[in-house]
Design a protein around this ligand. Sequence first.
Ligand SMILES: [Zn+2]
Length: 201
Amino acid sequence: MLREGLIYRTWGNFSIRISQNSFLITPSGLNYQQITPSDLVELSIYNGRYKGLNSPSSEREVHRIFYQQNPNINAVFHTHQIMASILASRGRDFLPAQQWHGNLGQVVPCCAYAPSGSAKMSRNIKKILRKTTPKALLLANHGAVICGINVEEALKRTRLLEQACEEYIARQASAFSEGRVENAQERLEYFKKKYPRRRTP
Ligand SMILES: [Zn+2]
């Protein structure tokens, strides 16, 4: 993920469920290129207590909430990947194009902004996860959270989320440069007028 530019420096954090009641998470503030398995920290899903040589990531609660809310989730990534973070800055849910629905779902909800690692951030995430089981989540003015049944699935979704966001941003940018508009209804009318005989894209 470092190589692919999906995480930077010590930002972002990763976890995997290792039993019904615990998960391993990357430590706080350690360089990813120097991390070894013994640096990982074990946390209780039930009460958040941890054991290990290091402090767990300060964003550990985000991970814990995902494991708590959905027993089928076994891997959680939190990234500050560029394209998803740009979209997250809008503070709005992301509706990926249909081709991404299988991997990302029809909606990638956006969690309202709260300072990183704060109780308010946890509350905001819980509010979303109570209503839905998203495959990925945007954190307003911050980054993204991606989950999966295993590390491979979470990684695949992380890459696809970035691709889907990039595509969306590129489409919006070209619409903007041509003086078109972002609003879906207006866009629909624009295409209807421009291509009256064609099916609306
Ligand atoms: Zn973060």
